[in-house]
Design a protein around this ligand. Sequence first.
Ligand code: APR
Length: 309
Amino acid sequence: MRKKVTIVGAGNVGATCAQKIAEKGYADVVLVDIIEGLPQGKALDILQSGPIIASDSRLIGTNSYEETADSDIAVITSGVPRKPGMSRDDLILTNMKIIKDVTENVVRYSPNCIIIMVTNPLDAMAQLTLHVSKLPRNRVFGQSGILDTTRFRTFLAMELDVSVEDVSACVLGGHGDSMVAIPRLSTVGGIPITELLPKETIDRIVARTVKGGGEIVSLLKTGSAYYAPSAAVAQMVDAIIFDKKKILPCAAYLEGEYGITGAYVGVPVKLGANGIEQIIELKLTPEESEALKRSAEAVRELVNIMKLD
Ligand code: APR
């Protein structure tokens, strides 16, 4: 039986996620949005690409949650994206109302699903969903680390003129200005980038990575990135559905790991059929560890705004 993936929010990120997952052909997709006709129209459009791309995935669009029942995975992308000049954190008050309502509906119909948070501010929204859903932490996590590292990997490959496939990168922390790139654990063909590039170049690339989402927002002017975020979601869905046990950076709820308790922070995890099956604890230098703790503190301050009881 094919797996079932619900995607809430049929905007840029949600619809592109639906397309990427449907193209693989191994899961059926339910696309949910509050705008009448929008998820239905987009689902039908993607469905009609099936014969061309040889995908038997069934897609439906809906404005209610009945059709989402018994989903294996729910991807939450509903909410407003930022506009030029806004930080992800500026979205919190608007998006928290949406995410609370969406989470309640998702778990009402799929009480055992795995939830992947995409809506920003992502770490805080993941914590809200963990709180509202009462799901265990291995089933609620966020897509952010893959996006931050894929940006870092892209810029490194451009700089060194090498295949993106040979570049692996390590970025930890919250999905915002406090993210922590770890150059000594970022490699090209196994060689640390610290041996391949001067510090000033690495610093420049790290700075561009940290502002990577903002760069796209200021170019688009009417929304934020969605192709790379959707590719990241599709990779996570793959890892879960095929129980790949891939080591990927995700926003995970820490309970003592890295000396941090009670906050979502981007860290490497093992992703498989049970969601986060292990949190990988890297040995960090005192400076890196401090930067990660500061990043967690920034997430915590944001979470405090929501006054979760
Ligand atoms: N239930 C379902 N869908 C909703 C709800 C809700 N309560 N509220 C809003 N939506 C829908 C909107 O109708 C819209 O179609 O969420 C969709 C959001 O789509 P876009 O505006 O295109 O935003 P997008 O670029 O997809 O970003 C969505 O992902 O990356 C993050 O920062 C980004 O928080 C933003 C989210």
